[in-house]
Design a protein around this ligand. Sequence first.
Ligand SMILES: [Ca+2]
Length: 498
Amino acid sequence: MDNQAMKERNATRIGRREFISRAGLGAAVLGMAGGLSRRSWGGQPAKRPNILFLMSDQHRWDFLGCMGHSLVQTPNLDRLASQGTLFDTAYCQWPVCVPSRMTIVTGRYPHSHGALGNAYALPQDQQTIAAYLKSFGYQTGAIGKMHFVDEDQHHGFDYRIEKAEYGKETGNESRNSKIRSRDGREWGISSQTEEQTYEHYLADKTLQWLEKNGDNPFCLWCSFVAPHPPFIAPEKLYNLYGGKVKLPSQPPTENPFIKNSRQRWADLTDDDARTVMAAYLARITLVDMNLGRVLAALDRLGLADNTVVSYTADHGDMEWQHKLFGKMVMFDGATRIPLILRYFGRVPKGVVRHEVVEHVDILPTFYDLIGVPVPRSVQGLSLVPLLDGKIEGWPNTAFIEMNNCVIVRTLKYKCNFENGKARELYDMEKDPQEWDNLTGKAGSDKTVAEMAKLLDDWMGRTQPNLRGQVKPYRTGKAAPGRKAGKRGGKTTKAKRDE
Ligand SMILES: [Ca+2]
């Protein structure tokens, strides 16, 4: 290990230990093997708990029945939340697929793991949860979308299944639509039934895997593609929402920093926007139905008690706030995600936690709950102290990156730094819609300085910025089998599909 790597490792370690020490939690929170949560029954050592990680793509945090959404039907996610703990102020680390997902599988911030866009492969020296848990005897599977873009589509997972198998086995295409399409944008009713969808297929594969491998300690990722575009849904599900959608209110003046993003949607009518939203809601319900099938199988197979279950999404979707759909912007619609944890007997039931938490925290939480040490490469913090109500000293910060921007989120504020300079500042308590940019307004300098200090501290304790050192896969070309998007300019259809 060179000096820089050693420095970084120590800095990260100090960050984690600092919180643990402040929280008075000692070694248990470090997840020392056999420590905190390896339960035993009747005095006998228990089998290590399993992990079932349920994921979707582009599901924003507040489109859940249990978050009070008036329209969306998510009975299975609502039940999961009622059986566990829901984090309602959770953020992704980068509002685009690959950087976000590579953070989840490594527990590291994007500038540290090096996958800085959808054309970037995860460098092979980055340890994934699958590679790590294998050393503790875990069977590992990744079913559905992982978005590994290099030749190594496994990154440590023993079992992988993706869209190509779905096409071969079912003859269906995941992009089934003869619907209205303008410039690659699609919305409306699909000609597929629910049973023909990729989501149904992924749930089938997950059930089969659980039936076969449930006897061993396992870490299984079940990763749906919906509600990601195309915004099309089976008719039965679409009809739950068609004609019922109310569009969100809009800011009095358009945010100048989203001019380019707005262009893509500028020609949409209100009716178009309502159709997109109805299909998005239907696609969330499609995920919920299939996730419910997986959870029912866990019960049926007698695995529910010894399995840590979690649900999240890689990022959100604007859903016509600021008259935008999609992600790749820094508003909460794109960056804030649902996060639910369930582990019977350990994770409190029916609790909603409001602390600021991040995707980097998921892996250390898993490790903590199953009783394996948290590797020092992991940069997040275990959420277990919060589950136990030990909130003193919790940092309540999230850091969201995208290209030359970093957002710092605290309980009250959200500050977007572009090239290190504060560009936007929002009071998230008074202005959760992010309409009123406070930068330059009276009294904002002190807050900006505080947020800049948090940014500096974070950069100091995470790895040096790898931007410029890590190259996209094959020097800017997309991975094999994919069409390359035009980089740095107008996005092509292939790129938008990420
Ligand atoms: Ca995504």
